[in-house]
Design a protein around this ligand. Sequence first.
Ligand code: GLA
Length: 405
Amino acid sequence: MRAPTMNNLDLVAPAAPDELCGRVDDLFRQRFGGAPDGVWMAPGRVNLIGEHIDYIGASVMPFALPYATAVAVRVHNEDRVRLASTGHQDHWEGGGADIGPHRPNGWAGYVAGVPWAMTYHDTIARIPGLDIAVHSSVPQGAGLSSSAALETATALAIAELFGAATDDSGRRTLARDCITAENVVVGAATGGMDQSAALRARAGHVMLLDCNTFGVEHLKLDCRPAGVVFLVINTNAPHRLVEGSYGLRRSRVERVCARIGRSALLHTDDVDAVLNCARTDDPPLRRALRHVLTEIRRVSAVADLLRADEIAAIGPHLSASHASLRDDLVVSSPELDTAVDAALDAGALGARMIGGGFGGSALALVRTERLPDVIEAVGRAALDHRLPKPDFLCGIPSGAARRVY
Ligand code: GLA
């Protein structure tokens, strides 16, 4: 999986679709016999900016990665869903009645939960008989949305096999179904960013996703002419959304935002005036609100800079977002802070933790010629602090979920 040299850098190689599909097709034939009806793949994502604000209906800016999950799927007539994965020893098999809130457990919930949610929302009529094999190159537990990749590849496969819409509006519906699968079947209270990114991203672009209406504006991320690259740093610190403190932070944010009108939350320039409106002396609540207010404003500043083709100028906003997540929302970790500080010290234009926090990955915007120094510095800092050795991935803005054959 590791590319020995990519400009002599130790970067995890992006997924070659042929390799992904070959692996998943092999597993399918081995486990279930015969050929699948087709193979679909969906990408992992990073979030450029807009953290912990999707679930209050604000705008966020994810883009898809060139690392993806492939599913090989076949429909049959028995009341059986059978699942196999190259990444998990435990295969799962059950009938429609075995799928529902909080069941099945573990990785199977992310796959079996999808036809359940599609039935729940009437996207399809009933849970069909399915054989599904899975193979992924999205690192798990790295905060790069391996779970959304799994859900959305499955959803797109089922939609196409059962004639549900898969144009942009159909994909918006599928994203909703996948969110329900994750919230209800898996029991993880995540927002809507990850599933929308995996289903609706566009190569070479970042999505400006309005999580209130789920409308999207695709903004160009022209890295090459600007002489910059996005580096993804997987800190390899374990990251858990179901049991972690994500839910706690989410309810803190939701509670305090409920006191503020939507218009003040999104549009008022005077952040201190809005903070005072919340009438809270509780420091964590007040700081959570400050994170939300400042992050919303950073998202619009970054969107404006990208519309003006000023990609290199977004760096300070990324770093400010990290400081806010670290100090105000308190969702960072020593591994993330160490990686971000080292990247900035080595000349990155901006860097921040991404995703829910408490471990996972960081994103750095780096001038192409500084990339070796940044990689070296982040690796060395982890070693010096006796932290896990990070992996480095290519943050190339990539395309959305698709059928491969
Ligand atoms: C996780 C969730 C997203 C979002 C981020 C924080 O990735 O799945 O919905 O809330 O955390 O921005």
